[in-house]
Design a protein around this ligand. Structure first.
Ligand code: GLY
Length: 365
């Protein structure tokens, strides 16, 4: 195992698993997967951007595993592929290459790949073990951990899916070096989210280390990713299936974010960019409801802007955004549910917000 590796345990009793975080870990993937999900047949699911860059290195890391057969399946990169049509093609390809109940799925890619590969694993022959090897910052700190997998419907993000925990998560921070700037910054939106919802000290740390973060300093990256994974692991262990409201805090900004993504057909914003805008909308809504001081929104806005994330929602159809919000999984009887801050480091789940009230938060007066 490479030096300077951090390990975070997701302590889910019989579904417990480790997240390994460090530089150069892709070279150890065969050993890692062999330990947490030994098999004779692995299906690597990746996309057209990530596969050409990292699939060979991943396959080479399995060279020492005797008799292990690897197949690599790839789909077109991008959120627009996260649909049931692409999923059906994956299921059919898995059948063609002879995947069966003894196969292990490996997700190699960003959030879309993790969600697609995880859902393929959750559903093919009623469930296969899988391992997450995320390759984007957003996937490192959020989507690869916690077992949410699935696809979008045209009218709603992540509307069809499952809770299906991986057997392990391997995060190689070196893979972030070649991530396009826009995607890297989008991942930082989820990093900021953890500070706002759970950890004021972490938020303050981020405010003080924007330069090394943007420079992708390996030590800072390992520390930041480890802290996010640790916070997420605690939340997932407390409320794995989002039943008690504990896990719901991870959705801070996401009701606004998902409406933005839906109305713009998943093409205009990267998820993290929509999260950046969504957090500021949620914070403005909290201000309007008298739950939080303006300074709390300003601190988030300043940090997100320093990172280079969008902070102003462009002009879009307000009624279409409201209609999209009403289709959110958290909506109950026409009333919206939001995760709203009370200060930096703490949020509450707030029920019964009227759509008209929420609508005012898109654009500050
Ligand atoms: N990304 C939110 C969650 O995992 O619950």
């Amino acid at each position: 195992m490479a030096s300077q590796t951090s390990c975070v345990r997701v302590a889910l009793s019989d579904r417990a698993y480790d997240i390994q975080i460090g530089a150069g870990l892709l070279a150890t993937a065969g050993e890692f997967v062999g330990c947490c999900a030994a098999a004779k047949h692995y299906v690597v699911i990746t996309d057209g951007n990530v596969g050409p860059r990292f699939a060979d290195a991943l396959c080479e890391s399995f060279a020492s595993l005797e008799d292990a057969r690897l197949d690599v399946l790839s789909f077109t990169a991008g959120e627009a592929s996260k649909n049931i049509g692409s999923m059906q093609r994956l299921w059919e390809q898995m059948l063609e290459i002879g995947a069966d109940r003894s196969t292990v799925v490996i997700a190699l890619g960003g959030g879309v790949v993790g969600d697609m590969a995880g859902f393929a694993a959750a559903t093919f022959t009623r469930g296969l073990p899988f391992v997450q090897i995320p390759t984007t910052l957003l996937a490192d700190v959020d989507s690869s951990v916690g077992g949410k997998v699935g696809v979008n419907l045209p009218g709603g993000k992540n509307m069809v899916g499952a809770f299906w925990q991986p057997q392990g998560v391997l995060i190689d921070t070196d893979l972030l070096a070649s991530l396009p700037d826009r995607e890297y910054k989008a991942g930082l939106a989820e990093v900021v989210k953890y500070g706002v919802i759970l950890d004021e000290a972490f938020f303050a740390y981020l405010e003080g280390c924007v330069a090394p973060l943007l420079a992708r300093d390996p030590a800072v990256l390992r520390q930041v990713i480890s802290r996010c994974c640790q916070l997420k692991a605690e939340v997932v262990v407390a409320d794995e299936r989002e039943e008690t409201g504990v896990r719901a805090v991870l959705n801070y900004g996401h009701t606004f974010c998902h409406a933005l993504e839906t109305v713009t057909e998943y093409r205009r914003f990267l998820h993290g960019e929509a999260v950046s805008l969504g957090m500021l909308c949620a914070s403005r809504l909290a201000e309007d409801l008298g739950r939080v001081e303006r300074r709390v929104t300003a601190r988030q806005s300043d940090l997100l802007q320093a990172i280079g994330l969008p902070i102003e929602v462009p002009k879009l159809d307000g009624d279409a955004l409201t209609a999209a919000m009403l289709k959110d999984k958290k909506t109950r009887h026409g009333k919206l549910r939001f995760v709203l801050p009370t200060c930096i480091g703490h949020v509450d789940v707030v029920d019964g917000v009227s759509p008209d009230r929420a609508k005012k938060a898109w654009w500050p007066k």
